[in-house]
Write a new protein. Structure first.
Ligand SMILES: Nc1ncnc2c1ncn2[C@@H]1O[C@H](COP(=O)(O)O)[C@@H](OP(=O)(O)O)[C@H]1O
Ligand SMILES: [Mg+2]
Ligand SMILES: [Mg+2]
Ligand SMILES: [Mg+2]
Length: 366
């Protein structure tokens, strides 16, 4: 990163538009809308599309990507602007998508007008081209913003966890990360299912390289430094993983945890909220082992990884290699992604390798 004064500028910029985006998205979170169920479902159905890989995308994913790219583009005036983001406009350009495009356009313009910071109104074409500012390939040189406008779309639709995840790559390294988690309890995930905690909901994690990681409320409380837990005995550890069995092999992660001696059942939540929760010590381990053939994307891990490493944790693939964000839109990882504190990493890696070996030797089911 460049000079000292850039750090606060980027941090403030990130926090501002992340807040804006979160307020937009919140109005589309199923769990935040207390209304007649059928009406809610009808609205949501027309707001959801299925992508070529069958994963869902909603007006909130597109709207979030538009808002973040717009604000970043306006605020970041030095140098050329490059963004690697999950969504693109291809499906929205089809005739059948006219209604959803109109809806996104109205919502983005309403949000911009309500916010009042920028005096602009976007046409439908403006919406499409704002989405496509995220088409950069990233790579090892220069600066690239990395955006997942809604990470955990399935969780978002289920009323579970989701995150707005933004990172900045500089010469192939993640130097900044922000994770807005509107549904995550502010102080600890142990309150996730608790009814009497009275804890505030909504946490914004941020990290700058060399400066540590912080959490603040979405209402803008003073940021608090966070660090990963200090557990060194796996018996006392718990682990996070995807709620969706399609995103990670629950049988393999179960076997890793068993070999390690973890007693607690898995904590299954959606999105990079897992990285945020790990970074502040809500749990000790993060495991992600996609089914064969899946290629991880940079926007699913960049922000979460820096939040964890700046909180004192370690994030690697199943062979113990650091994640390399310089290879473009995809991550080239061996088998899976794991994260924990420095004390537990050696024994976790050992258990991971044993469990993988055992699985590869097991007779395949008929
Ligand atoms: N078959 C698969 N295996 C692993 N990850 C997958 C997957 N299909 C989709 N994903 C990714 O898993 C992310 C969600 O992770 P998690 O399970 O931790 O909530 C999705 O992000 P989006 O919701 O942004 O599309 C998507 O990129
Ligand atoms: Mg997606
Ligand atoms: Mg994602
Ligand atoms: Mg996404």
């Amino acid at each position: 990163m460049g000079s000292m004064h850039e750090r606060p500028f980027y941090s403030i910029c990130i926090a501002n538009y992340t807040f804006k985006t979160i307020s937009y998205i919140n109005s589309y979170n199923t769990s935040s809308v207390i209304s007649v169920r059928t009406v809610q479902q009808e609205i949501l159905q027309s707001d959801i599309q299925s992508k070529a890989d069958k994963s869902p995308v909603t007006v909130a994913d597109y709207g979030s990507q538009v808002l973040v790219s717009l604000v970043l583009n306006m605020e970041v005036t030095s140098g050329s602007f490059s963004m690697v983001a999950e969504e693109d406009s291809e499906d929205l350009r089809k005739d059948s998508a006219e209604e959803i495009l109109e809806h996104i356009t109205d919502l983005v313009n309403e949000t911009l007008a309500e916010d009042g910071s920028y005096n602009i109104t976007l046409s439908k074409e403006g919406i499409l081209s704002a989405i496509d500012t995220g088409k950069s390939e990233g790579g090892p040189s220069g600066r690239h913003w990395v955006l997942d406008p809604i990470d955990g779309t399935k969780g978002f639709l289920r009323g579970g966890q989701y995150a707005i995840a933004l990172a900045l790559l500089d010469e192939g390294k993640v130097v900044l990360g922000v994770l807005g988690c509107p549904n995550l309890p502010l102080t600890s995930i142990s309150n996730l299912n608790g009814s009497s905690s009275g804890d505030q909901t909504g946490a914004l994690f941020s990290a700058t390289i060399g400066c540590g990681a912080e959490v603040e409320s979405l209402e803008g409380s003073p940021p608090q430094k966070i660090s990963v837990c200090t557990i060194d005995n796996p018996v006392n550890a718990s682990f996070f993983e995807s709620y969706e069995g399609a995103h990670t092999m629950h049988d393999l992660t179960g076997s890793i945890a068993e070999k390690l001696g973890v007693q607690a059942p898995p904590v299954r939540i959606d999105s990079q909220a897992k990285y945020g929760a790990l970074a502040r010590g809500d749990g000790a381990i993060y495991l992600r082992f996609p089914h064969k053939g899946y290629k991880e994307k940079v926007w699913d891990h960049a922000a979460g990884a820096i939040v964890v490493t700046e909180a004192g944790g370690v994030v690697t693939d199943a062979s113990g290699n650091d994640l390399d964000f310089s290879k473009g839109r995809f991550l080239d990882v061996d088998t899976g992604i794991i994260a924990t504190n420095k004390q537990l990493m050696p024994s976790l890696l050992k258990s991971v390798q044993e469990a993988i070996k055992e699985k590869s030797q097991a007779p395949s089911p008929l």
